[in-house]
Structures are given as structure tokens and as C-alpha cells.
Design a protein around this ligand. Structure first.
Ligand code: PEP
Ligand code: MG
Length: 317
């Protein structure tokens, strides 16, 4: 079985009807990039940078962050490496910085937190820019919901570039900027955001939480946390279709993308970029290679307008 896995690592993820699908890896710490390479990942679709900041008293310096980001980019110089800016707050907090938010999931987290801490954000952006010379960096903004937040991030990036220019430090002029689609508002109003960005990645973990008003870490309501709810699937579908219209990449990096039960469903929704835990890559690839996307698209399209959750068994997928 091991031999079979090693062989399939080098096989391309192409469907039976010839569609090339990108299968990328989610990582939390820099050294995990080697596991992604071992499993034949087409890139890093999500590096959760907050894990560099968690479980410690002193924040990582610009130098330490630069080394961490550069390590991943150097390991994959020819493949896209998507590094998400700090997604702190809610379920992920800094040591010693107790959350006082009334409702942390709806509070000052992720990009909101970064924009309220300009020094901390600038340090991360400089580290990212400096690391960008080693590969193909894509910067991913978590929890974006307002256009003015995107403009503020762009301003912060421009300021960081000016600081590096002044210090004579190089950075790539080919960095892509994208955002997580994980708040329903941005999924509903997706088109102008897609036009203003280079790519988006759907965070189904939070998108499901916010669409269904189900706390993703509350066991009391976990039976209502339903990836197959038609509202969730329509938000995903609309986002993918808007990406096709505007000509921008739409990926999914939430848990759904690595769950083999949903691979055919997501192909049927038109998804062609999946990012997941490296251990899940080969199973998902096997399913991609035995799927016929056009047939799946027809099947799924007719099931999206129902009131109840999609029944994958009855659709035969
Ligand atoms: C998500 O919300 O789906 C996601 C990928 O981000 P995280 O799980 O880190 O919130
Ligand atoms: Mg999220």
C-alpha cells in the first residue's frame, strides 16, 4: 500500500474528463512543508501564521517570522505558498492576553485585530515581504468583510514596502493578495471583492459557523453544524461561479476540502483548488482521478434549490 501511495503522489490530479485540479496543503508550522512535499502537494494553500504566535509570552520578532516564512518559500520555490496573516482572537489567543470580547467569534479577531495593532501587523508584513524573494508568495487576509478593511490592508502593505525600500531590502514585485471567504457578507457581495483581489479561499469552518449561527466549538449544537445545508452550498457555489466570471481563483481551505465524503460534491460545484491537511491529499486525489466533473455539475446543480440538506447518497455521489 505504501508503494501505491508513493506512486500516486507523483500522479497529477486530473479528472476523467481532463480537468486539472490543484491539491494544496494546509500547514500550521514551517517544518510541516516537508510533509506537504512528501505528499505531492501543488503548493501551500493555507499557512496559519498564528501558530507562530500562540503558546508563548514574547511575540516572534520580524527576524524570527522572516525565517519561518522564508523556510516554507525556499522549500517550494516554484509553487504558490499562501501565508495567512494573523488570525488571532476567538478560539486562538495569545498567552497572557485574555479575551475580554463579549462574543469572541464576532469580536476583534483576525484582520480586525491586526488593523487595531498597526505595529504588530507592520512587523508581520515586513517579514512576509522580505521572505517573498524566495518563491511565489500569496498573502491571505482572514475574516475580511468590508472593502475599507481591504484598502487599509493595502495601505499597510504599501507602507511596509516603503520601509523596506528605505532600508534597501528587496521583496518580490509578484506577490498575490487574497482573502478568506468565511463571513457570509463577503460571499454574498463577492464580485467587487474578487475584482479587487488576486484570489480568494473559502474557509468553510467559519463560513458554516456564521451562516448557521452554530458555534464551531460548542458540542451542544454540533449536530446542527451542517456543511450540506443548502445555504452553505449556495454561498460556496456563488463564490465559485463569480470566480469563473471574473477570472479569479477560488480555493477552499476549510475542513470540507480535505474530507473525502465531499470531494465529488465540491467538484460538482466547480471547485478546482482544494487545500487540506497533507495526510488527506492522496485520498482526495484518488477521488479526483475517478470523477467526471461535467456529470457531477449537472447532478449538483439540480439539488441546490431544495430546503433540506443535500443527500449525497440519493444523488449517488
Ligand atoms: C476556516 O475557517 O475554514 C479556516 C480554514 O480557517 P480556520 O479553521 O483557521 O479558522
Ligand atoms: Mg477561519
Amino acid at each position: 500500500e505504501r508503494a501505491e501511495l508513493i506512486l500516486s503522489k507523483d500522479e497529477p490530479a486530473i479528472t476523467l474528463d481532463g480537468k486539472r485540479v490543484r491539491l494544496e496543503a494546509n500547514i500550521e508550522l514551517p517544518h510541516e512543508v516537508s510533509q506537504a512535499l512528501d505528499m505531492g502537494a501543488d503548493g501551500i494553500g493555507l499557512f496559519r501564521s498564528e501558530f507562530l504566535f500562540m503558546g508563548r509570552q514574547i511575540l516572534p520578532s520580524e527576524e524570527e517570522q522572516f525565517e519561518a516564512y522564508a523556510h516554507v518559500l525556499r522549500a517550494m520555490p516554484d509553487k504558490p505558498v499562501t501565508i495567512r496573516t494573523l488570525d488571532l482572537g476567538s478560539d486562538k489567543t495569545l498567552d497572557g492576553e485574555a479575551t475580554v470580547a463579549v462574543n469572541p467569534a464576532l469580536g476583534l479577531r483576525a484582520v480586525r485585530y491586526c488593523l487595531s495593532r498597526p505595529d504588530l501587523f507592520a512587523t508581520q508584513l515586513r517579514a512576509l515581504l522580505r521572505a517573498s524573494v524566495y518563491g511565489r508568495l500569496r498573502i491571505l487576509i482572514p475574516m475580511l468583510s468590508h472593502m475599507h478593511e481591504l484598502l487599509a490592508v493595502r495601505d499597510a502593505l504599501e507602507s511596509a514596502k516603503k520601509e523596506l525600500d528605505a532600508a534597501g531590502m528587496p521583496y518580490s514585485d509578484n506577490i498575490e493578495l487574497g482573502a478568506m471567504v468565511e463571513i457570509p457578507a463577503i460571499a454574498i457581495a463577492i464580485e467587487p471583492f474578487l475584482k479587487a483581489l488576486d484570489f480568494v479561499s473559502i474557509g468553510t469552518n467559519d463560513l458554516i459557523q456564521y451562516t448557521l449561527a452554530i458555534d464551531r466549538v460548542d458540542n451542544e449544537v454540533s449536530d446542527l453544524y451542517d456543511p450540506l445545508h443548502p445555504a452553505v452550498l449556495r454561498l460556496i457555489s456563488q463564490t465559485i461561479q463569480a470566480g469563473e466570471r471574473v477570472g479569479k481563483c477560488v480555493a477552499i481551505c476549510g475542513e470540507m476540502a480535505g474530507d473525502a465524503r465531499y470531494t465529488k460534491l465540491l467538484l460538482g460545484l466547480g471547485l478546482n483548488e482544494f487545500s487540506m491537511h497533507p495526510q488527506q491529499l492522496l485520498d482526495v486525489k484518488k477521488l479526483v482521478r475517478t470523477s467526471h466533473t461535467n456529470a457531477l455539475r449537472t447532478k449538483i446543480a439540480s439539488a441546490l434549490n431544495r430546503a433540506e440538506s443535500i443527500d449525497l447518497n440519493s444523488l449517488g455521489i
